[in-house]
Design a protein around this ligand. Structure first.
Ligand SMILES: Cc1cc2nc3c(=O)[nH]c(=O)nc-3n(C[C@H](O)[C@H](O)[C@H](O)COP(=O)(O)OP(=O)(O)OC[C@H]3O[C@@H](n4cnc5c(N)ncnc54)[C@H](O)[C@@H]3O)c2cc1C
Length: 484
């Protein structure tokens, strides 16, 4: 039986491990930290009985992922009609509903513009999804099927949108401050300045996912995703060893590395050809997160009623204000009024807090490696849209970029996306090769979010890397081509 060693138990490492074990390989995963899951871990960060997600909290990408849909993880998904709410200073809010038409109607004079933007792709989603989601690169047949479904003009329009800056999409498409702000808040998840391409593509894709799959999350916390993957791996005979850091490349038929390019280079200890080593050295990390988790004495007292019905709330006001906040982290500045992404699971998931109490999770973007304390500024943003919030805080956990990196060496300088997702690094991560998972060392593959399709909990980097490894194994006759 061919052997496989997986370095790192993030969602990509575990997805790769499950894929290899399913094909019959003898798989061992080594995880440096005492607990498994990387970006999918939950813990009582504040007070006993309050369960917080250390990193990822909302999971549209896991819902979308063909890998996750192909393994039964026994998750209990919480799905809501409102995917995200975006409040304004006058006490109103705009929301992303699951339904395109309902969202469009709520935008008044922007109704038609909204429908034009989303309806064609939602209607032809079955043809778009295989190209958008991977594995990469998409086979030409899939690209052709998508072009046929959308038509030449529709396909050209979608491609332009996917590669555009958020600011240009928002300003050219919408005339109302509400429409523009809704788009800006979604695009800001990219951690790119809203004037930088392809921030518009990120916003567009996230909103599409809100309409097609919804922004659900697993009851119990994101740890349930890692635990589900571990259970699946064990069923298949695989094993995970925690508190087991790997600092040099191990020997096995397949080595899958759920690590960052800089670490892979160190582990290879001079064995990579100079050109590949230089490409890994040049790989750029993006801005970082500064995160707070709160144990609360009650639900957040939002002024806008809609915010009480959404698990995700975008705090940043207008397009202009969000754009000012998001350009800062790229130029070493910290916003006075940062755009804040907030999740309030416990309103919809009673496993997260004791009866009558609540949790909330929030972060803003800061420059990579920032040491600035953003606690006061994040809380001021929540208070701005929910007066009385501060009085509910029973305890808080504060995570700086350095704290993130200490808890997971993949979060370099606090970068949560595994590398800047700008145009130069979005499709060609971490090197300009059609199959970026394969390294020049035989049997060694990179499978972290520093490979396509990049950051987020979808497991597709791990799955795609494992599929490439299996193809190579079959080609080298180490495995029969009939293996599952
Ligand atoms: C604050 C924050 C919020 C986020 N919010 C969301 C969200 O809401 N939704 C979403 O989809 N995504 C979100 N993400 C992003 C998501 O968590 C990551 O993109 C995803 O976890 C990447 O998966 P991965 O497997 O590539 O790496 P990781 O999840 O980072 O896992 C890597 C694992 O490998 C281990 N490791 C690394 N090097 C070694 C080594 N040498 N030896 C042994 N073990 C090693 C690490 O300890 C870690 O456990 C968020 C991330 C953060 C930090």
């Amino acid at each position: 039986m061919p052997t496989a060693i997986v370095i790192g138990s993030g969602p990509n490492g575990l997805a790769g491990a499950v894929t290899l074990a399913r094909a019959g390989l003898d798989v061992v995963v080594h995880e440096e930290q005492p607990t498994i899951g990387g970006g999918t871990r939950s813990a009582e960060l504040t007070l006993p009985g309050f369960v917080h997600d250390l990193c990822s909290a909302i999971h549209p990408l896991a819902r979308l992922s063909p890998f996750f849909r192909g393994v039964d993880l026994q998750l209990d998904w919480v799905e809501l009609d409102i995917q995200t709410a975006h409040p304004f200073d006058d006490g109103t809010a705009v929301v992303l509903h699951r339904d395109v038409a309902e969202t469009a109607r709520s935008l008044g004079t922007d109704e038609r513009a909204y429908r034009r933007l989303f309806e064609p792709v939602v209607e032809h989603w079955a043809a778009v999804e295989p190209v958008l989601v991977g594995p990469y690169p998409p086979p030409p047949g899939r690209v052709l099927a998508m072009l046929r479904a959308l038509g030449p003009r529709g396909a050209a329009y979608s491609a332009r949108l996917a590669l555009a800056s958020a600011r240009s999409v928002a300003e050219k498409t919408f005339s109302t401050p509400q429409g523009r702000a809704l788009f800006a808040g979604n695009a800001a998840h990219s951690m790119l300045p809203l004037e930088m391409r392809p921030s518009g593509g990120f916003g567009y894709a996230l909103m599409l996912l809100g309409h097609v799959y919804g922004w659900g999350f697993p009851r119990g916390g994101s740890q349930r995703i890692a635990d589900g993957l571990l259970a699946r791996l064990r069923d298949l005979g695989g094993e995970v060893r925690t508190s087991s850091p790997v600092d040099e490349l191990p020997v096995a038929d397949v080595v899958l590395a759920d690590v960052m390019p800089g670490d892979l280079l160190r582990m290879a200890a001079g064995r990579f050809p100079a050109r590949y080593a230089r490409a890994l050295e040049r790989y750029r990390h993006g801005p970082a997160a500064f995160k707070l988790d709160w144990a609360l004495d009650g639900p957040i007292p939002w002024r806008a009623e809609e915010c009480r019905h959404a698990a995700t709330v975008h705090l940043g006001g207008t397009l202009e204000e969000i754009a000012a906040s998001e350009s800062g982290p790229w130029t070493g500045r910290h916003a006075e009024r940062p755009f804040v992404l907030l999740a309030q699971h416990s309103i919809f998931d009673d496993t997260r807090a004791p009866a009558g109490k609540h949790t909330a999770w929030a972060y803003c973007h800061v420059p990579n490696g920032s040491t600035e304390d953003m606690t006061e500024r994040i809380e001021a943003q929540v208070e701005r849209f929910a007066p009385g919030f501060r009085e509910l805080v029973l305890a808080r956990s504060v995570k700086s970029p350095a704290d993130f990196e200490e808890g997971n060496r993949n979060l370099v300088g606090g970068d949560i996306n595994g590398g800047a997702p700008d145009l130069a690094q979005l499709f060609f991560r971490p090197v300009r090769k059609p199959v970026p998972y394969r390294t020049p060392l035989k049997g060694v593959y990179l499978c972290s979010s520093a490979t396509p399709p990049g950051g987020g909990v979808h497991g597709m980097c791990g799955y795609a890397a494992a599929e490439v490894a299996l193809r190579d194994l079959r080609a080298s006759n180490k495995m029969s081509s009939g293996a599952a």
